[in-house]
Design a protein around this ligand. Structure first.
Ligand SMILES: [Fe+2]
Ligand SMILES: [Fe+2]
Length: 176
């Protein structure tokens, strides 16, 4: 069962996520997409969970704005399909910085395994804009730029919240 962080709906089983699930079910079942579960992204969030968070909220916002919500859901799930541990990469000298190089790697992997249209391509390769120079071509790409940051902030916030809670509990225990 999959859930976007902060959402109460099970993606596979809820009536409220039926359309979303239809858009992404082939990707969610795919081994390459599932490989992202091996890599940690923001603190305790895996790359897979981060992509699911971006995909789901990207879908909701684009649907609300009357944009291409299918492309939003699919590109969101593939936008960080770079498939390596970026912390390990960054330790190696001579590698390009992950922040600017990974959108191209993700796009290459996405194109290798799935049918990607021009809009989805733009969303994946521009999601780090303005860190990457070329500006987005589509409204949906500007949405993913914002949702990616929102999801990262949410993931970091939840992680820090859990830490604070655990610390408070251990202080309470030791005080007894
Ligand atoms: Fe990214
Ligand atoms: Fe991301």
């Amino acid at each position: 069962m999959s859930k976007a962080l902060g959402s109460k709906y099970s993606i596979e089983h809820s009536d409220d996520t039926k359309e979303y699930f239809e858009f992404v079910k082939d990707l969610i079942d795919d081994d390459v997409v599932n490989e992202m579960k091996k890599y940690r992204h923001h603190y305790s969030t895996t790359c897979y969970q981060h992509c699911l968070n971006v995909s789901y909220y990207n879908y909701l916002v684009c649907r609300k704005l009357g944009l291409d919500s299918r492309a939003a859901a699919r590109a969101g799930l593939l936008h960080d399909l770079y498939l390596y541990d970026w912390r390990e990469r960054e330790k190696k000298r001579g590698d390009k910085p992950h922040g600017t190089s990974h959108p191209k790697v993700a796009l290459k992997n996405a194109k290798e395994h799935f049918e990607i249209d021009k809009r989805e391509e733009d969303m994946i390769v521009k999601h780090m804009w303005p860190l990457t120079f070329r500006p987005p071509k589509y409204a949906e790409s500007y949405v993913i730029v914002c949702i990616d940051k929102y999801a990262a902030a949410l993931e970091i916030g939840v992680h820090l919240g859990r830490k604070v809670k655990a610390k408070a509990q251990s202080i309470r225990k030791s005080a007894h």
